[in-house]
Design a protein around this ligand. Structure first.
Ligand code: GUN
Length: 296
């Protein structure tokens, strides 16, 4: 069997087109332009790339982008003061603080200072609690993108066996909640799980978010299963020349694609969906903040 490829790049483009059309309607009918503020602390190169990409795509769908780039040595009090001012700014409907933060800043404190209604990452305790109890919340972007691809591929997920490999607050835990919400039987496994290969082999749906390059091999995959690879790992690629690198996922794509029914590639799978869902969450936050609008 050769897996069909789930094209996250094309799917993300269609989500962005839909957001752009709804933003256009909103502006025309109400004069309101959704605004997303992104806060970057320090100069982590990967974070800089993500933040640039988020800003560019925000503008492309017709929304306002507010970028706040702060020195790595900013004090917690100054960062909290910026968040407070963004909370109070009616032109800002979504706030995202790019993670990880430098060690001297308390991530939990910073995230929970964001107004939950503007928490487009869905990381605030209040949104985590709402998601966990099946209530309307802001849903973290990466798991939401994964869920959208799974629904698109399968239709109903009801009764399917899902194994999430990875237990992070950003991906693993919210992913498990979303799959449970769609009536999957969910296991959260991780790097310390005993007999991990056997656990993964039970799954109709595998979501790999463990952060270890090409850890999940083809012979761990049940024939015909759907594999969603959240990993983005840069590894050496001596075959491309000295000092060259390439991106790989948490799944060994070559072997898994021979067994799976469907699989997301890296790059071009989950990655583009994350930003598309961020734009969608920002529009949702804007519409909820302006209940007289009907575009939510
Ligand atoms: N760093 C890696 N992924 C994310 C994300 O989804 N949101 C934020 N804020 N930071 C991240």
């Amino acid at each position: 069997m050769t897996a069909s490829i789930i094209d996250g790049k094309a799917f993300a483009a269609s989500v962005r087109d839909d957001v752009a059309a709804r933003v256009g309607q909103l502006k025309k009918s109400t004069g309101i332009t959704p605004g997303l503020a992104v806060v970057l602390v320090g100069e982590d190169p990967a974070s800089q790339v993500y933040v640039r990409s988020k800003g560019k795509q925000t503008v492309e769908v017709g929304m306002n982008s507010y970028e706040h780039k702060l020195g790595a040595d900013i004090s917690e009090a100054d960062l909290l003061a910026l968040i407070e001012s963004l909370n109070d700014d009616p032109a800002v409907h979504g706030i995202l603080v790019q993670l990880p933060l430098p060690k001297h800043l308390n991530e939990d404190l910073v995230i929970n200072a964001i107004n939950p209604a503007k928490d487009v990452d869905g990381f605030h305790l209040s949104n985590v609690g709402l998601l966990g109890t099946g209530q309307d919340s802001m849903v973290p972007c990466t798991p939401l993108g994964c869920l959208m691809m799974l629904r698109e591929h399968h239709g109903s997920l009801s009764g399917l066996e899902a194994v999430v490999v990875g237990r992070s607050n950003i991906v693993g835990k919210p992913m498990a909640q979303l799959l449970l919400g769609d009536s999957c039987t969910v296991t959260i496994a991780h790097s310390r799980t005993k007999n991990l290969a056997d656990v993964v082999r039970r799954a109709d749906i595998v979501v790999a978010a463990v952060g270890r390059p090409e850890m999940i091999k083809g012979d761990w995959i049940k024939p015909g299963a759907t594999v969603i690879d959240v990993g983005i790992n840069r590894v050496a690629a001596p075959e491309k020349g000295e000092g060259k690198t390439r991106l790989v996922g948490d799944v060994d794509f070559a072997s898994a694609a021979k067994v799976a029914g469907a699989i997301t590639p890296v790059p071009g799978g989950v990655g583009p969906m994350t930003i598309a869902c961020l734009l969608s969450n920002t529009l949702t936050a804007c519409c909820r903040a302006n209940p007289e609008t009907s575009a939510a």
